[in-house]
Write a protein that binds this ligand. Structure first.
Ligand code: UGA
Length: 446
């Protein structure tokens, strides 16, 4: 008989995993304690913006293979494999991960289990969590086992990442758990995706180590941006040159405003906090620097705007283009763009923000900022425009589009998406992070 799956937690990860598994032919029950969200999902409405996911959700619901419930007893009776996809935000006032939701899923499910099954963690957790949960589960019911199977999907390309991952990591305690996960991921394995069976701790580390490495790469190139600003180089050209070395590679070497979102920033902090608990904090001390480099880009972007308007931003109308932490998402958690908007607001500027997808979330999170429904409305009367998220709509802007809308022709390119020569030739003062004023920003090395 085909395996039946439950997915506990309907955040980003849970919805994507549930819809993708249903599209692969599994019967899937998504579970959340939030009845409003469950109703919304059962009605085919996605609470987040993610290209391609609404279609997958709806086709899963229409096929009858996918449904959502608030009932843990129903989930316990239904599932042969239970995936834990709960969020692990930072604890209030601490860098440590808050495991309340993950612990809650296991604590609620465990006493309801009365037959052998596999519980599989997908959430990003501090190393050591899985072994503790495994003990809890095996004490609750004989034949119930735990495995850890971290997820590496990115917002904005979640569906493709989940259906065709670079690798599958399975932290397992027995050959039978290994077999179950190979059955769940049979399609991806048949398509050639490498499957790494390992121990629980290595599986947990695979996720946080990957995010730490990605964050380090971004901060490395942004550290080079600081040097370029001081020395007169062009970090975009430097990034291309470094990326052409196959040993370095060009992925995650895009300079600019740096990383944000609900994963990289909190994961590197939680990793360092966990390493400190394990008395190996020194080994990850560099992540503190990775974090600082990243945050310094935000103040630098605000300072560039200040420089363009002559130093004082008090009551100066400023247009911020971008609120999402990256293009293709409506997520504003730890958004570099909104952080810069906040810094500018703190400097006394009259900030108006526009974003094609994240306006509602931004407005809810930062009600003190001004918002506009269109790019032109946000730019009207501005003394300086800042491009802070790399949406295509912004990358395709031409100097003439804004020339008659703004009050002063000053623009800061925080994501390296504009052709600075073009803007300067049209009479704009155009500044980019990591590029001195005499050096063109260009995606091409000349
Ligand atoms: C990240 C990881 O890439 C995923 O593999 C992981 O599964 C996910 O976190 C998670 O832990 O759940 P995500 O946060 O969706 O995914 O976004 P990324 O594509 O990693 O981008 C993160 C930030 O880095 C964005 O703000 C982006 O603008 C910035 N970035 C990325 C750069 O500044 N430069 C780059 O070259 C690449």
């Amino acid at each position: 008989m085909a395996l039946r799956l439950t997915v506990l937690g309907t955040g980003y990860l849970g919805i994507t995993h549930a819809a993708c598994m249903a599209s692969l032919g599994f019967d899937v029950l998504g579970v959340d304690i939030d009845a409003r969200k469950v109703d919304q999902l059962n009605a085919g409405q996605l609470p987040i913006y993610e290209p391609g996911l609404t279609e997958l959700l709806r086709s899963g619901l229409d096929s009858g293979r996918l449904a959502f419930t608030t009932s843990y007893p129903q989930a316990a009776a239904f599932g042969d494999v239970h995936f834990i996809c709960a969020g692990t935000p930072p604890q209030p006032g601490s860098d440590h991960a808050d495991l309340t939701q993950v612990n809650g899923c296991v604590a609620t499910l465990a006493p309801l289990l009365n037959r052998p099954c596999l519980v599989v963690g997908k959430s990003t957790v501090p190393v050591g969590t899985a072994r503790r949960l495994a003990a809890e589960l095996s004490a609750a019911c004989q034949g119930v086992e735990l495995a850890w199977n971290p997820e590496f999907l990115r917002e904005g390309s979640a569906v493709a990442d989940a259906l065709t991952p670079d690798r599958i990591v399975a932290g397992v305690m027995s050959p039978s758990a290994d077999r179950v996960l190979r059955t769940v991921y049979a399609r991806q394995i048949a398509d050639g995706t490498p499957f790494f069976a390992t121990d629980l701790e290595t599986a947990e580390l695979a996720k946080v180590a990957a995010n730490a490495y990605l964050a380090t790469k971004v901060s490395f190139i942004n550290a080079m941006a600081e040097v370029c600003e001081a020395a007169g180089g062009n970090v975009y050209a430097l990034s291309q040159i470094l990326g052409a070395d196959a040993r370095i590679g060009s992925a995650f070497m895009r300079p600019g405003l740096g990383f944000g979102g609900g994963c990289l920033p909190k994961d590197i902090r939680a990793f360092l906090a966990r390493a400190t608990d394990l008395e190996v904090g020194q080994a990850l001390g560099f992540l503190r620097e990775v974090d600082s480099i990243n945050l310094r880009r935000r103040t630098r972007a605000a300072d560039l705007a200040g420089e363009l308007v002559g130093g004082d931003l008090t009551d100066v109308p400023v247009c911020v283009l971008g609120a999402a932490f990256k293009a293709g998402s409506d997520d504003v958690r730890d958004s570099p763009a909104l952080d810069v908007a906040q810094i500018l607001h703190g400097m006394g500027a009259q900030v108006t923000v526009y974003d094609p997808a994240a306006l509602a979330n931004a407005r809810r999170t930062y009600p003190e900022l001004g918002y506009a429904a269109t790019l032109a409305e946000a730019a009207r009367g501005a003394h300086v425009v800042l491009v802070l998220t790399e949406w295509t709509e912004f990358a395709e802007l031409k100097p003439g589009d804004l020339a008659t809308v703004v009050a002063r022709q000053n623009i800061v390119d925080g994501r390296g998406v504009l052709d600075s020569e073009l803007w300067r030739a049209a009479g704009w003062n155009c500044r980019a992070l990591g590029v001195t004023v005499t050096s063109p920003v260009s995606s091409q090395v000349r």
